[in-house]
Ligand binder design. Structure first.
Ligand code: SF4
Length: 219
């Protein structure tokens, strides 16, 4: 990936992020969740050129480390896909449609419900406002629907995978979730091609985003 220019984050945005993290950590709106509240400085740089939105915190991953898509199998596969795309973890911000760990009666991971996604949506919307990465990548159907609920778009995962879509002044790229289960819907080799295609998009969108964000620096 091309070297990326450092962007200065206005102090006001840092304060807004601190308030967002505080509000998330105080939230207990979902009963059937392990309240891991994975949002903070370890998610990535606020000025990252690439923002990933995944599904939910994993019980053996983010719920343990406090960092989305780390430690568990999905995290390891995400790291491998990033390497394939030539994207450094230092250049991304990673979050989830829901910021806690949805578990079933036996304590296993389960997909978040529509109502859980709706309850967490204001936090996602606030994150999208603060992390103005020019390239937004959704990982899986839940993440794609979560962005659509913030503001409508026409992207469909199976039809538009790895296809750039213009959304809210940025480029949205739908990809499958890095979890191995997604290979039931899209084979591994095809997903590897998707990530290579994503890597090819990064320099152009990051450069465009730098220009877009200059006014923000001057505020
Ligand atoms: S998932 Fe989101 S809305 Fe639900 S308890 Fe956690 S932070 Fe609150």
């Amino acid at each position: 990936m091309m070297p990326l220019r450092e962007i200065t984050i206005p102090p006001r945005d840092r304060r807004r992020f601190t308030r967002l993290v505080r509000d998330v950590r105080a939230c207990e709106a979902c009963d059937a969740m392990t309240h891991s509240h994975v949002l903070g400085a370890d998610n990535g740089r606020l000025d990252a050129p690439v923002l990933f939105v995944a599904e939910a915190v994993g019980r053996r991953g983010g719920a343990v480390t406090g960092v989305p898509l780390t430690r568990d199998e999905s995290g390891r596969r995400f790291s491998a896909f990033l390497a394939l795309a030539g994207i450094s973890r230092a250049d991304v911000f990673v979050t989830n449609a829901v910021l806690c760990n949805p578990t079933d009666a036996r304590g296993r991971n389960r997909p978040p419900t529509a109502s859980e996604c709706a309850r967490c949506r204001p936090f996602l919307a606030r994150t999208l406002e603060l992390v103005r990465a020019p390239l937004l990548v959704t990982l899986g159907r839940v993440a794609l629907e979560a962005t659509r609920a913030v503001e409508p778009h026409e992207a469909e995962l199976a039809r538009d995978v790895a296809t750039p879509v213009s959304w809210r002044g940025r480029t949205l790229v739908p990809l499958y979730h890095p979890g191995r289960q997604s290979t039931l819907h899209r084979p591994q080799a095809a997903q590897e091609g998707d990530w290579r295609a994503l890597g090819a998009l990064v320099p152009a969108t990051a450069a465009a985003g730098d220009q877009d964000r200059n006014p923000v620096q001057r505020r």
